[in-house]
Design a binder for this molecule. Structure first.
Ligand SMILES: NC(=O)c1ccc[n+]([C@@H]2O[C@H](COP(=O)([O-])OP(=O)(O)OC[C@H]3O[C@@H](n4cnc5c(N)ncnc54)[C@H](OP(=O)(O)O)[C@@H]3O)[C@@H](O)[C@H]2O)c1
Length: 255
């Protein structure tokens, strides 16, 4: 059954897809809790939007920051019925030359924080028999992406985690969806994530976010954000793995 949401918590709302989630949800009348490290950007966005907005600056790789957002999700006074786990980082390059701390931070944000926030949000949602969790994964979760080794592995976690959890909770009235976008012009692709996918596969943040909101409302376990990407993923998945590696080398890596 299609759901509508009253209050959404969006992580990574200070730029890119997260800012777009905030804009589209506010335009539909939803109240919002905006999370990211750059509180000034969140405050500026909140001032522009027409609905009730809470600004919650937090670093989700930091224990205290993460706990503050978990507490907000457990708060029953103004319940959050849509969690959008969007915050994520990705850089590409040869794994052994990327700083180890940066790789560990990718896992802390893209995997651990997403899992912990989902864990904090679910009990109230299942109790109310209503709610949604939209986890922003990537097409990199289902195709080889050498030179984005840790990033691809974190996103493989996000897709598998969301799909499995969707089966667990779907009879409790809660929708869990993995969103698998291809490339899009945001700070992530402007800063250090090298990819050479053809223009055909690029989409605007607006289109990706609209797809994601429709998918979680409808309870889809996985949403690939365009027909071209879905076609390439299905076709690519049928190719011998060795050929998939060569394509991955050329499009993401240095092959
Ligand atoms: N753009 C693409 O081509 C693409 C494709 C597929 C999937 N994705 C996924 O889409 C999601 C959004 O990415 P984007 O493209 O919109 O990139 P973006 O513009 O760089 O946005 C990333 C967001 O995450 C927040 N963030 C980063 N580190 C954080 C931390 N430690 N704690 C809290 N928030 C943090 C950033 O805010 P602060 O810096 O203010 O903290 C920012 O709001 C990511 O999960 C990414 O992997 C992107």
């Amino acid at each position: 059954m299609k759901q509508t949401y009253n209050r959404a918590l969006v992580t990574g709302a200070s730029s890119g897809f997260g800012e777009q989630f905030a804009r589209q949800l506010s335009a539909r009348g939803a109240a919002l809790v905006l999370v990211a490290r750059r509180g000034d950007r969140l405050a500026k966005l909140a001032a522009e939007l027409g609905t009730e907005i809470e600004v919650l600056p937090a670093d989700l790789t930091d224990a205290e920051g993460l706990a503050a957002v978990e507490d907000r999700l457990r708060d029953t006074a103004k319940p959050v019925d849509l969690l959008i786990n969007n915050a994520g980082v990705g850089t590409s390059g040869p794994f052994m030359h990327l700083p180890a701390q940066g790789e560990a931070d990718k896992v802390a944000l893209n995997v651990t924080a997403l899992m912990r926030l989902t864990h904090a949000a679910l009990p109230r949602m299942t109790g109310a028999r209503h709610g949604g969790v939209l986890n922003v994964s990537s097409i990199a979760s289902v195709t080889p992406v050498p030179w984005a080794t840790t990033y691809g592995a974190t996103k493989a976690f996000v897709t598998a985690f969301s799909e499995n959890l969707n089966r667990e909770v779907r009879r409790s009235g809660v929708h869990v969806t993995a969103l698998l976008p291809g490339p899009s012009a945001t700070e992530l692709t402007a800063e250090g994530f090298d990819n050479r996918l053809p223009r055909l596969f690029w989409q605007s943040p607006e289109a990706i976010v609209a797809r994601g909101l429709a998918a979680v409302a409808a309870g889809k376990p996985v949403c690939i954000t365009s027909r071209a990407l879905a076609f390439a993923t299905v076709t690519g998945g049928r190719m011998p793995r060795a050929l998939q590696y060569v394509i991955g080398d050329r499009l993401i890596g240095r092959g």
